[in-house]
Structures are given as structure tokens and as C-alpha cells.
Design a protein around this ligand. Structure first.
Ligand code: SF4
Length: 490
């Protein structure tokens, strides 16, 4: 990857990582064809719902502690903002941090502004955010409407930055620009790298950047075992903390889909090494992750001791939970890399993996590192996954897949899909707090939650008997769940 911070906009994933949004086959086939980037982005001729880059950009910027966000859009684009007030409160308590306000203002683009331009509204909204919240930085999210009209947000942000004396950071996350909504993560990080991160003043050899969402503090205790500290980024961090991420010893993350862009960029621009091992989900991947970090921090001996004693410590509990889950099977439905991580943990827990659906698939990684290609890593250590699909969160397709396979357990990453599993009578575990699965304890915790979910089987079954699906008989009786992959109309 060649980082281009001179350009205000990040290159979308379709072009940068040859990402795709539909596929069905096997994990090995997908991995092989990805090596030559031979799969087209594709898609479905019918889509029931859609997400947008804006949502992923929100998850990066909305919870930065002392920042404000101006969403330059019609009011609907920031309708999810309200949920961050509750989320921010809950996650801060969980981390033992003080409560924080979520400082969001929408410029409220209306029909007239799409003809005459909306820059005056943007200026007013930024002034309002500055006066009301006294932030250390203001992020400006673009939107489809602003992008189509062609409002020059970048120049306006530069002028406002000079006027106000704080960083004003444009984030170009228009939904129409990319079919891969994770492009919004990259857009958020790109803005932070351009306008917030400073060159290192002094290095902190014991500090490890952990790019995550606003999850639990599980990486801290894991790193403490080898004398290191976690620098959680970006949600819940201050603007000052963000500006100093270039001072860490190395950068790791909870998921390659989330943060290989920023981790790779920090290595390229400031020489902060990117941890070149899969995120620590599953016992073997945690071993690899600790060893890789130890290499950059000269903690090799401590790491080997910690790995040996942690294996010994969790063994009795692991054996118990493996026995309880023996003979059960599971289906995983989550974002690209995180789905591979969960599949990896399912193997540790003695579960049979019935299949995996990822919400998109990147045919390359930033920096093209084999060690960060989690699908490749999974196949090397665990073998093939016979039923592997890519589907951008279409419930109508997932209903058919899950009805057909009917797993004992379903693991999902997004709340709305939990409902889907329940309606089908499948005990479903939501991985809302990704961090909770990290490290050796994470495997045990996931095992316990899955076992508890199994115990709800009867209640879930009763619910499913009273469900009425919104689909026609034609679709419910159609044999092929991938009918709309071929460009067919209903
Ligand atoms: S940016 Fe575009 S796709 Fe995203 S919410 Fe707004 S209108 Fe919808």
C-alpha cells in the first residue's frame, strides 16, 4: 500500500483490496481465487437492506472523548447518533472511565441546498459545534447529498481550522461511493492520520496500540502478563491520545477488517511496526500474537513463560467446556476477518463448524501480508470450510441458508441477526463486545456463553413456532438461496 495523505479521500476497498460482496463455495476456493484477485465485486440483483460507510465512520469518530462531529447531510444520515448516547454511557462504565457526552450536530441539508450548495449550513454547524461543545477537534462527515452536490468540504475544513485553531477533519464516507461499508473505517482513520496524528516526540517501548471499538478492557490484562500496556484507540480516547499514537512500540487490532489500513499507515509513515499475526482470538492465535508483540518489545522470554503458564491455567476449564459442547455444531455470521477469528475459536471449543458467512471479503490486505490474511491462516491451521458464503447482510438469503443447515448454535456479530436466529429456533450468541473474546480467557468465556445459549433451546424453539415470515411462498419454496447472485429478477 502506498499511503497518500495528500489526497483527502481514501481509495475505496473495491479498488484497493478488490473486495467482494457475494460468493458461495468453499473457503479454500475463495482463498485461492482471491490470490489472483479474480472474483468480481458482484452483488445481488435484489437487496432487502443495506448499510453505509457513514455507519462505520461513526463508529470511529462519535466516541472520541473531547471531539465533536458535524454530519454534513440530510438529518436521516445521522439518525443512529442517538444510540451512541446509551452506548457511550455503558461502555465508559465498563472500562471504569468517566461518562462522556456524544457531541454530534447535523447540518440538515435540504432540497434547496442540493441546488444552491450546502457550505453555509456546514459553516454554521461547525461554529455551533465549536461554541456548544468546546471540542479539541471537529470531524466533518460527508454524505451522499454533499458528495453529489460537490460541496468542497476539504477547503472549507481548512479555512475553519485556520479560523478556530483546532483540527477540523473531513471524513469522506458517502454511502454511494463504495459498496463495501467498511470503507467508512478507512475513511475515518485516513482523516485522523491526515490531521490529528503527530510525529513522535518520544517513544514508549511498553505501549501497544490496540485499534478496537469501545469494547471491554481485555487486552490490557493480557499484555500486562509480559509487562506491556494497551493504548485503546479510537473510541473513548482523547484527541491528545490520538495525536500520540505514533509513539507506541507497535500496533495491533481486534480485527484485520477494522484496522490494517491505519496500522499499516503508521508503520509506513512513522515506523511503528504493525503486529503481523492474526488478532488473539483462539489459543494458537493468541500464542502467535504474543510472540509477535514480544519480538518488537524484547519480551521474548517473558512471552514464552506467560504462554506456558496460561495454557496450564486454562486447561481444566477448557476441558470441561469442550466436553459440554462436544457433538454440537455452529454457524458463524460476522464481518470478514472477525468471522474467521470466531471460526478459529469454535475449533478450540470442540464445535463442528457447519459454515461461515462473512459480510464482505477483501481479496487482499493492506500491505499484502500473508500473515494478516486470516482466511489463509485459518485454512493453514484448521483446513477447509466446506460451506462458505459472502453476503452483505441480506436476511432473506440467510433465512434460507440457516433453515437448510439448521445448526445447533449460531454466532453473529450484529444485533439484528440475533433476532433472525431466534425466529428460526436456533440459540444465537451476539458478539457485541468483540474484546471479550480476546486471549486465553476469551476462549473460555465464549464457550460458557455458547453453553448457556444451548440451555435456552426450548424457549427459542417455542418462539420460532409462532413466527410469521414476511416472505412469499415462492421465495420460501425456492431451492436456491443464491438465486439473486446470478442477476435474476424475482
Ligand atoms: S450517506 Fe448516503 S447511503 Fe449513507 S445514510 Fe446518508 S444517504 Fe444513506
Amino acid at each position: 500500500m502506498s499511503l497518500n495523505l495528500a489526497n483527502a479521500e481514501v481509495e475505496v476497498r473495491e479498488r484497493r483490496l478488490h473486495s467482494i460482496v457475494s460468493y458461495h463455495g468453499t473457503a479454500v476456493d475463495l482463498n485461492e481465487r482471491s490470490k489472483t484477485k479474480s472474483l468480481p465485486c458482484g452483488g445481488l440483483s435484489y437487496e432487502q437492506c443495506k448499510d453505509c460507510s457513514q455507519g462505520c465512520a461513526e463508529s470511529i469518530t462519535y466516541l472520541i472523548r473531547d471531539a465533536a462531529v458535524v454530519v454534513h447531510s440530510p438529518v436521516g444520515c445521522c439518525s443512529r447518533g442517538a444510540s451512541y448516547f446509551i452506548q457511550g454511557d455503558v461502555v465508559n462504565r465498563a472500562r471504569g472511565l468517566p461518562a462522556q457526552n456524544v457531541n454530534i450536530i447535523c447540518s440538515n441539508i435540504q432540497e434547496k441546498d442540493t441546488i444552491y450548495g450546502g457550505l453555509e449550513k456546514l459553516r454554521n454547524a461547525v461554529h455551533e459545534a465549536y461554541g456548544r461543545f468546546h471540542p479539541s477537534a471537529i470531524f466533518v462527515h460527508s454524505s451522499c447529498a454533499a458528495g453529489i452536490v460537490g460541496d468542497d468540504i476539504d477547503s472549507e475544513a481548512d479555512a475553519l481550522q485556520d479560523e478556530l485553531g483546532i483540527p477540523v477533519v473531513p471524513i469522506f464516507c458517502e454511502g454511494f461511493k463504495s459498496r463495501i461499508w467498511s470503507t467508512g473505517f478507512d475513511a475515518g482513520f485516513h482523516g485522523i492520520l491526515r490531521k490529528i496524528v503527530k510525529p513522535p516526540r518520544k517513544k514508549d517501548e511498553n505501549l501497544i496500540n490496540i485499534f478496537n471499538f469501545e469494547g471491554s478492557d481485555t487486552f490490557g490484562p493480557l499484555l500486562e502478563k509480559i509487562g506491556l500496556r494497551a493504548n485503546y484507540l479510537v473510541p473513548l480516547a482523547t484527541v491528545e491520545t490520538l495525536s500520540r499514537m505514533s509513539e507506541a512500540a507497535c500496533s495491533a487490532h481486534i480485527c484485520e477488517t477494522l484496522a490494517t489500513y491505519v496500522a499499516h499507515a503508521l508503520e509506513e509513515k512513522y515506523g511503528v511496526p504493525e503486529v503481523k499475526a492474526p488478532a488473539p482470538f483462539g489459543i494458537e492465535w493468541t500464542d502467535q500474537w504474543l510472540r509477535e508483540i514480544a519480538k518488537y518489545t524484547h519480551k521474548e522470554e517473558l512471552a514464552e513463560k506467560a504462554i506456558a503458564s496460561e495454557h496450564q491455567r486454562i486447561l481444566p476449564e477448557l476441558q470441561k467446556i469442550r466436553q459440554k459442547l462436544a457433538g454440537k455444531n455452529v454457524y458463524v455470521f460476522a464481518g470478514d476477518s472477525f468471522a474467521h477469528s470466531i471460526a478459529n475459536m469454535a475449533n478450540d471449543l470442540n464445535l463442528k463448524l457447519l459454515g461461515v458467512t462473512t459480510l464482505h471479503h477483501d481479496q487482499a490486505t493492506d500491505g499484502n501480508l500473508e500473515s494478516l490474511n486470516t482466511l489463509d491462516q485459518y485454512i493453514k491451521s484448521r483446513g477447509d470450510i466446506g460451506f462458505f458464503t459472502v453476503c452483505n447482510k441480506q436476511p432473506y438469503q440467510m433465512v434460507k441458508i440457516l433453515k437448510k443447515l439448521h445448526p445447533d448454535l449460531l454466532i453473529v456479530r450484529h444485533a439484528n441477526m440475533t433476532i433472525l436466529g431466534t425466529k428460526l429456533g436456533i440459540p444465537t450468541v451476539l458478539e457485541g463486545d468483540v474484546n471479550i473474546n480476546a486471549g486465553y480467557d476469551g476462549v473460555i468465556k465464549l464457550g460458557k456463553r455458547l453453553y448457556e445459549a444451548l440451555l435456552t433451546r426450548k424457549a427459542i424453539q417455542t418462539i420460532s413456532e409462532h413466527v410469521e415470515w414476511p416472505y412469499t411462498d415462492w421465495w420460501l419454496n425456492e431451492e436456491n438461496p443464491f438465486y439473486f447472485e446470478g442477476g435474476k429478477e424475482a
